[in-house]
Design a protein around this ligand. Structure first.
Ligand SMILES: [Zn+2]
Ligand SMILES: [Zn+2]
Length: 206
């Protein structure tokens, strides 16, 4: 099959970390090549609470296969994810793995973006848009530091994982807590009349 539609001037930079050269792949349907590479993760791979740090190791296993219409790329990518726990806001570090498959057609369509299709640029193909979509979709929307993270105390904001299962606030039974609570909410209007106990406890205003 002639490749008359190949562009003479490649727009892609062959040295780009996510640009693959398909020259070594015979243009015969069924031919395949596999390669593994670790590249620096591109910028802006994040959602609200989690992301892949720019420049971190993105490990790729790529299989390129000649098919009649072009080159089929099958990619497994593994990358580190950092973020904040959705319940307790502590740092979260985990790995994300995605697998995606995309056809890069020989023919440059009227518009490359039509129907979400991709095309080869000369002998080159750019995995970045494919990987970007797959990785961002795979990021956790509400990352957790651990599956059973108990979150923060709604009363005082304490980290419940550290405060222990006995942590709690006895309302109006222990006057010492009442005094402490009053101290913590200073500056906010208090609807209830302040109890006298704050003087007794020695924890009231100085
Ligand atoms: Zn947590
Ligand atoms: Zn608390």
């Amino acid at each position: 099959m002639p490749h008359s539609r190949r562009t003479s001037t490649a727009r892609l930079d062959p040295r780009g970390p996510l640009v693959l050269d398909t020259r070594a792949l015979p243009r015969r349907p069924g031919s395949a090549r596999t390669e593994t590479r670790t590249v620096p993760a591109p910028a802006d791979l994040h959602t609200g609470m989690a992301g892949i740090p720019e420049g971190s190791d993105l490990r790729l296993d790529v299989t390129l296969e000649s098919v009649t219409e072009g080159v089929l790329a099958t990619v497994t990518a593994v990358a580190p994810v950092t973020g904040e726990c959705a319940r307790c806001l502590e740092p979260v570090a985990q790995m994300v793995e995605v697998r995606c498959q995309e056809l890069f057609s020989y023919e440059q369509g009227a518009g490359d973006a039509d129907e979400g299709g991709y095309a080869l640029d000369g002998d080159l193909l750019d995995l970045e848009p494919v990987l970007r979509d797959a990785l961002v979709l795979a990021l956790p929307l509400a990352p957790l530091c651990r599956p059973d993270c108990p979150g923060l105390c709604t009363e005082c904001g304490a980290l419940l994982a550290r405060a222990g299962p006995d942590h709690g606030h006895e309302r109006a039974t222990d006057p010492r807590w009442a005094g402490l609570r009053q101290q913590m909410t200073q500056g906010e209007p208090v609807a209830r009349p302040a109890p006298e106990i704050s003087e007794e406890s020695g924890r009231g205003r100085p």
